[in-house]
Design a binder for this molecule. Sequence first.
Ligand SMILES: C[S@@+](CC[C@H](N)C(=O)[O-])C[C@H]1O[C@@H](n2cnc3c(N)ncnc32)[C@H](O)[C@@H]1O
Length: 238
Amino acid sequence: MLFDLKEKYPAYYRYYGRRIAKRLSPSLSKIFEEEYINYSIDKEILNVTTKQASDKTYILNPNYKKHTIEIGFGDGEHLISKAKNDESTHYIGCEVFINGLGKVLKRIKEENIYNISLCGLNCLYLLNSLENRSIDDIFIINPDPWEKKRHFKRRLINHDFISLLYKKLKINGSVSITTDSISYFEHMSEIIKNNDIEFKYCDIRALNSDDYLFNISKYQKKGILKGRKIHLIHLKRL
Ligand SMILES: C[S@@+](CC[C@H](N)C(=O)[O-])C[C@H]1O[C@@H](n2cnc3c(N)ncnc32)[C@H](O)[C@@H]1O
């Protein structure tokens, strides 16, 4: 199903970076074929995003009072542990990297996790299709740093993106972003300082090793092993 949608709507799955690292194993391909349709919201998002629908809003599952999004979840360590520890919240994991989606789909099946929905589209389409003030928390754990100056424009987090996240948060909703890139951290801090948006609360600092968001993903762990600091941007909506 994912591959059919990708072929039909390539623009909605596009972003700067790799989408697949290696061929999927036969068992992961089988899971995609049989199960992606049961856990993914791609079809619904595409239905409201593309011109077929007059109402451009994706209605979140009303069985849950709280909805959390993780963007670029990679291998899904943080997404899965949050979802398992908080079964009354609906978690939407958005990731364009197919191997990551496959790994998480496999774990969802094997561990009978019911409160995660997956989205393989570029997160901009997911966010734009959601009702304003509908999301409780948004996590972005170590977004691609794009360190070279000529690649800065590829960075996911920019002024417009922060405004979009803010719009989608409920009052008191929060955004948490971590990074091991000093230049990305400075870039994001500048955006927050110079943004016209007023936040209820901003926590911008280096994480300590006992902070809950420290050492919680594959990419973060690599940075820590290289001796890099992990910085946090935590924002709460007014
Ligand atoms: C540096 S990796 C970090 C992965 C994971 N969070 C970790 O810390 O191990 C960034 C991830 O964001 C995903 N990503 C980048 N741009 C995206 C977008 N526009 N929409 C959804 N996912 C995106 C990439 O596919 C990649 O897996």
